[in-house]
Design a protein around this ligand. Structure first.
Ligand code: HEM
Length: 139
């Protein structure tokens, strides 16, 4: 649209490919990405809970559905999915609180604070997910 025949003098919002990446922008994009990931991850967790509840009353052998899901989650791709899902939960939670602070008390908008909190949220999510994985694996 912005060719030689472009007559509108109002400033145009730059396309995402020419926008300089910064922490706040990345956090905004990843809030949406992790929101979608949590949506699908919730189905996986629900499936795991249903399989857990499928165990026959009074004990007995674990049902085939539960054994299958347990084997998938214990495999390397399953472990990678669980670590990524934990990172998504932690990031969306921390960044969600930041959004609520922006909407409620309306603080933290200055660029330095906004960037700092964005970086903190990424570091918190990555280290937190790795700590959960390490605790579940080695303790
Ligand atoms: C399984 C749990 C969750 C799912 C599936 C989920 C999913 C989503 C999705 C799909 C969006 C829309 C993102 C967008 O359109 O940009 C969203 C936005 C949001 N979520 Fe979550 N979310 C979950 C948990 C949480 C939690 C625990 C918090 C708070 C700590 C939270 C806070 C928010 C906020 C504040 C927004 C709006 C952000 C904005 O203003 O653009 N969410 N969530």
């Amino acid at each position: 649209m912005a060719g030689a025949d472009w007559t509108d003098e109002r400033p145009m919002s730059p396309h995402i490919q020419v926008w300089k990446w910064h922490a706040t922008m990345a956090a905004s994009i990843f809030h949406r990405v992790t929101g979608a990931a949590l949506y699908f991850g919730s189905f996986l967790i629900a499936l795991w809970i249903v399989a857990l509840g499928a165990r026959p009353a009074g004990g007995g052998e674990a049902p085939a559905l539960y054994s299958t899901i347990e084997a998938i989650l214990a495999s390397i791709p399953g472990q990678v999915i669980l670590v990524l899902w934990a990172a998504a939960v932690l990031f969306h939670w921390a960044n969600g609180i930041r959004y609520l602070v922006w909407s409620g008390p309306r603080v933290g908008f200055d660029p330095k604070t906004a960037s700092g909190v964005s970086v903190f949220n990424f570091v918190f999510a990555i280290l937190g997910a790795l700590a959960i994985w390490a605790a579940a694996t080695f303790i």
